[in-house]
Ligand binder design. Structure first.
Ligand SMILES: O=c1ccn([C@H]2C[C@H](O)[C@@H](CO)O2)c(=O)[nH]1
Ligand SMILES: [Zn+2]
Length: 150
């Protein structure tokens, strides 16, 4: 587990580009969470996806009166990126309002992530900005992917 300095504190990030990048990504996932449309679960989630050319695509969960049509924050962020021509992903940060637990992506989102490779990073965060970093491979071992169809 690692501790991310609070917003506005750039000191720890100085001289450490990667760290600054991750802090920013986590902050963006919290921003995205503000747009969460979750009147049924009342569980807000935001995601910020970093592409290999350093673009960020954000997403939030979007629920529906027909419950099963709801879409997760992570999948919305990935679909936004892919639909704009970006599918090389470096990392995704996920934020919820949980204080005591790291938000963990659902099985469907893990499979959706896996479509775009297993060697990229997923930052599971808590409200206080502490995070757990896992690769897609760690989240979904022994997975089924595009190569299995060729
Ligand atoms: O990682 C997660 C976990 C849950 N949700 C959403 C789905 C649903 O809208 C709500 C409750 O499960 O949270 C996400 O967007 N991402
Ligand atoms: Zn999901």
């Amino acid at each position: 587990m690692s501790l991310v300095p609070p917003a506005g504190s750039d000191r720890l990030a100085e001289g450490c580009g990667d760290m600054a990048e991750i802090i920013e990504l986590i902050q963006k996932s919290h921003e995205a969470k503000k747009h969460s449309y979750s009147p049924y679960s009342k569980f807000r989630v935001g995601a910020a996806l970093l592409t290999s050319d350093n673009r960020v695509f954000t997403g939030c969960n979007v629920e529906n009166a027909c419950y099963n049509l709801g879409v997760c924050a992570e999948r919305n962020a990935m679909a936004k990126a892919v639909s704009e021509g970006y599918k090389d992903f470096k990392a995704i940060a996920i934020a919820s309002d949980m204080k005591d637990e790291f938000i963990s992506p659902c099985g469907g989102c893990r499979q959706f992530m896996r479509e775009f490779g297993v060697k990229w990073d997923v930052y599971l965060t808590k409200l206080d900005n502490t995070y757990q970093k896992m690769t897609v491979e760690e989240l979904l071992p022994v997975s089924f992917g595009p190569a299995n169809l060729s």
